[in-house]
Write a protein that binds this ligand. Structure first.
Ligand code: ATP
Length: 270
């Protein structure tokens, strides 16, 4: 039986000063994720997708509810106690330009976290790991000497993925990571991510407003609306037979794929 990695129960998030009546943007969200599983979080703009994802990895505070990671209640752990979990849960950002230090070379960007978290004991060991990972994400070693702005959007996103995967996490949060890319680069990055998750046994929460992307990548999907889960279920079932009118509307809004045959390797999806 699949092993549960994350269980979130009754999650609420309130932005602003709660005593002065801050704004509650998540209202009692329940979510779970098994090891190796990929879930999608989808919904209209402002529905709370990013907030939910960040709450799962304790980047935003919850005002109610419980988050369990690998069986341990991490809801109220302080930063010190959270530290061992930080490496185990990684995030890939929407805009790698904003998350990659523009003054650092790609080599520095990849080596820094490896050395910080003690996954490499020396610069030489870090370089070995980085070389293997670069090969894995399909980038030439020449990019190591470059700075982020010298790479293409797709290459930068591969670096974001490599940086996360190098830390051997158990969970990755990917927030709108292909929305800035053209369709064929999107497909390449998504395939890379799918393969990595499978090979490394990674669990992933994949946030997107684009249902066709969710369908291509995820096992299960959570549909968010106004800070609540509107509908959740197995991806194929939910796409074929949505129960809520809101989900149906989102599905109706999916544009026809611009490229079909090569959109993704999986012919079911194309
Ligand atoms: N730091 C913040 N302070 C106050 N309100 C916030 C903050 N971040 C998000 N919000 C509000 O919380 C609500 C949910 O935002 P969130 O970014 O989680 O939604 P989303 O579904 O990811 O939206 P999008 O698809 O546009 O990124 C929105 O009303 C947003 O304006």
């Amino acid at each position: 039986m699949a092993e549960r990695l994350i269980t979130a129960t009754g999650i609420e998030v309130t932005y602003g000063n709660r005593r002065r009546g801050g704004v509650k943007v998540l209202h009692g969200v329940d979510l779970h994720l098994d090891r190796g599983e990929t879930i999608g979080i989808v919904g209209e703009s402002g529905s709370g997708k990013t907030t939910l994802g960040r709450a799962l990895i304790r980047l935003v505070d919850t005002s109610a509810g419980e988050i369990r990671f690998d069986g341990k209640d991490i809801t109220h752990l302080g930063e010190e106690a959270m530290r061992p979990y930080r490496k185990r849960m990684q995030m890939i950002f929407q805009d790698p330009m904003a998350s990659l230090n523009p003054r650092h070379s790609i080599r520095q960007i990849l080596a820094g976290p490896l050395l910080f978290h003690g996954l490499a004991k020396s610069e030489a060991e870090a370089d070995q790991r980085i070389a293997k990972m670069l090969d894995r994400v399909g980038l030439p070693s020449i990019v190591l000497q470059r700075n982020p702005h010298e790479l293409s959007g797709g290459q930068r996103q591969r670096i974001g993925i490599a940086r996360a995967a190098l830390l051997e996490p158990e969970f990755v949060l990917a927030d709108e990571i292909v929305s800035g890319l053209d369709v064929s680069t999107q497909a390449q990055v998504l395939n890379l991510l799918k393969d990595l998750c499978r090979d490394l046994g990674l669990a992933m929460a994949f946030i997107s407003h684009d249902l066709s992307v969710i369908r291509a990548v995820c096992d299960r999907v959570y549909v968010m609306r106004q800070g609540r889960v509107e509908e959740a279920g197995d991806c194929a079932t939910l796409f074929d037979d949505p129960q809520s009118a809101y989900t149906r509307e989102l599905l109706d809004a999916i544009p026809l794929p611009e490229v079909d045959a090569d959109w993704l390797k999986d012919p079911e999806v194309a």
